[in-house]
Write a protein that binds this ligand. Sequence first.
Ligand code: HEM
Length: 130
Amino acid sequence: QSSPAPVMNAEKNDAVFQSFGGKAGISKIIDDFLVIWHADPRISAKLEDADVPHLALLLKEQITHLTGGPGVYSGKDMKTVHDGMNLRNVDFNALTEDLQHAMDKNDVPSRAQNKLLAKLAPMQHDIVTK
Ligand code: HEM
């Protein structure tokens, strides 16, 4: 006999993902985020050698996962990826601001934004090396 409990849990853990507009919402937010990043003189140079379509794909997977959506993140761990980029706290903060602009532009409620930002904050330690 099937129990309703796992379904209820799934719905509960899904709330942030739904606030982001699900897969379509996250896809749009990341596309907007990359446009904003490209236009941000503080960190645009960091994208010069990047494979942006690949980065977009992995960011969509990662944010889907972090907001409680379906699927897996297939990329590398944050320390391995950003090692050697000489990233500073100001770079991390600029990127976070750009992401917030993208979330604002897409009307993500601030409570849901803060849930995601709280998951990104501990990554700063692995990403910032300088
Ligand atoms: C919370 C902060 C961040 C998160 C969640 C994040 C996430 C990611 C992810 C998922 C990837 C792709 C991993 C892979 O290729 O396997 C990546 C790559 C990359 N990230 Fe970050 N990142 C963060 C901060 C930053 C910052 C602050 C910068 C620079 C300003 C940056 C620049 C890059 C670049 C240049 C790549 C490589 C793209 C390429 O070579 O194709 N990241 N990041």
